[in-house]
Design a protein around this ligand. Structure first.
Ligand SMILES: [Zn+2]
Length: 495
């Protein structure tokens, strides 16, 4: 998830122990570097989507049951989008290839009420439908296991969705438009439905092809690899179309769309993988902050193994937060969000959160606990101090967090993304790391990812894996940390 801003671990620790790592970098004093227009960025050939990769077992969410529909197992979304910034109108055609997850007489997807549906076809035939609130209901029976292709044609002015949180860095989720008509989307725990018809729950991973047409010289940025860019003339002037392909399945909260006057830069990791940066033309100095992403990949690879996807980019937006959108990290524009620890945090999530995702929002701690520990280790590594200085500060906050937000694995649904899902499980993982030693700890952390590549998982699977691989009896330890109402005593592992 997005790095915490005002209540972040890192920032709080900076206050407690005098770190400077998280105060962000000063504006670049150098003159504007040469920038490439986005349309000249290199492209990669599109491939035929391997739908079998995206078969999953959708569930009804225990925290947010009103979003997502377990009848549908989406395999592939082909989104053809056009954005008119002047009148803030989105036109979309969504082709959703899906598997019926069970027999049903009608089925539904999530789609925001601000969008008007003009046509729905199922396997090429007109389908009867109703768009009630945020539910698009299609009145066609399905037989479990059958594959279908649903095409939804829609348009309107998307509205973001209220976020179930009291966090200060975001109050809405989904499609967000700036004063100038630029677009960004951050949509955790849901909100993808504000801009396309979707099974908006993390157990249903799917592949994506996203095509975005906008007035030139603006361009659209989305997940995966850029497979083509083209400019053509329309009645209103030139338009640019960018086509993006995500060839490994993603949960809907990890999908991103950003539209603006983007320029492109790139550098490489130590292993030679390109990292692409999509930077608004008016902020050329931002590259000096963002380019550390390649080095953060090197740092994470040394602990969690090779980067799990075929591409990595970062897109800078007008948000005030940051989000680990799969293969295309979405960053907001402030010094904190543009800092190396936040960039590292979102990069770690490509392994913990994106490659392996929670099936249910009660397990978002699976993402944030390990990622927060990795961020602390990175900050300690850079700062030359012991990570205990950070972890001890978090432990001291644990009881207050449980009282305010609930246990990390059973939190108040109105307090999504509280520090309890970050710091408390990070302290837990650090205790296990100290018990096992770094070598064994990271060996198990890697084998967990390998065993569940491209899937959505439950806490029980994680508990079973760590017990089996460590040889430790961990039930009491995990239960106390994840669902207990009081801070677990130290020494649970030894006892
Ligand atoms: Zn996070």
């Amino acid at each position: 998830m997005r790095g915490l801003r005002s209540r972040t671990a890192a920032l709080a620790v900076a206050g407690l122990v005098g770190l400077t790592a998280c105060t962000g970098s000063p504006p670049s004093p150098s003159p504007s570097p040469e920038v490439e227009p986005a349309v000249s960025a290199p492209t990669a050939a599109a491939v035929e989507p391997d739908l079998a990769l995206a078969e999953s077992t959708p569930v009804e969410d225990s925290v947010y049951p009103d979003v997502g529909h377990p009848d549908v197992d989406a395999l592939h979304y082909d989104l053809d989008l056009a954005w008119a910034p002047a009148d803030r109108t989105l036109f979309g055609s969504a082709t959703v290839t899906f598997r019926a997850a069970r027999d049903t007489r009608t089925f539904r997807l999530d789609l925001g009420p601000a969008l008007d549906v003009s046509e729905v076809t199922l396997d090429g035939e007109d389908a009867a439908y109703a768009h009630r609130g945020k539910d698009l209901v299609v009145r066609s029976p399905l037989t479990e296991g059958d594959r279908h292709e649903l095409v939804v044609t829609y348009g309107g002015s998307p509205r973001p969705v209220p976020a179930p949180t009291t966090r200060r860095d975001f109050s809405t989720v989904g499609f967000t438009v700036t004063d100038r008509g630029e677009v960004w989307t951050m949509q955790e725990p849901y909100g993808a439905y504000s801009w396309y018809p979707v099974n908006d729950q993390p157990s249903d991973k799917a592949l994506y092809d996203i095509s975005v047409t906008v007035p030139a010289p603006w361009s659209g940025v989305a997940n995966g690899r850029l497979v083509s860019t083209s400019t053509s003339s329309e009645d209103g002037g030139d338009v640019t179309t960018t086509r993006w392909q995500l060839d490994e399945p993603a949960s809907s909260y990890l999908i991103t769309l950003a539209i603006g006057d983007y320029t492109h830069r790139s550098n490489r990791t130590a292993s030679g993988m390109p990292v692409d940066y999509w930077i608004p033309r008016g902020l050329p100095g931002a590259y000096d902050d963002l380019k550390v992403a390649a080095k953060t990949v090197d740092w994470v690879e040394q602990r969690l193994g090779p980067y799990p996807f075929s591409s990595l980019g970062l897109v800078l937006t007008d948000s005030q937060s940051a989000m680990e959108t799969q293969t295309m990290v979405t960053l907001g524009n402030n010094d904190y969000v543009r800092s190396a620890p936040v960039i590292l945090h979102e990069v770690v999530h490509q392994w913990y959160g994106d490659q392996v995702s929670p099936a249910d929002w009660s397990d978002v701690w699976l993402n944030e606990g390990m990622t927060m520990l990795m961020q602390a280790l990175y900050e300690a590594d850079r700062g030359g101090f012991d990570v205990a200085r950070i972890v001890d500060a978090w432990r001291a906050e644990d009881q207050r967090l449980r009282d305010e937000y609930g246990p990390p694995g059973d939190y108040d649904p109105r307090q999504f993304g509280g520090s309890n899902i970050y710091w408390s499980p990070a302290v837990m993982w650090d205790e296990l790391r100290r018990e096992l030693g770094d070598e064994k700890f990271f060996e198990i952390a890697r084998s967990w990812l390998a065993a569940h590549d491209n899937t959505s998982v439950t806490r029980q699977q994680a508990f079973d894996h760590w017990e089996a691989e460590s040889g430790l009896e961990l039930t009491r330890f995990f239960d106390a940390w994840i669902t207990g109402s009081t801070t677990p005593p130290e020494g649970l592992l030894g006892g």
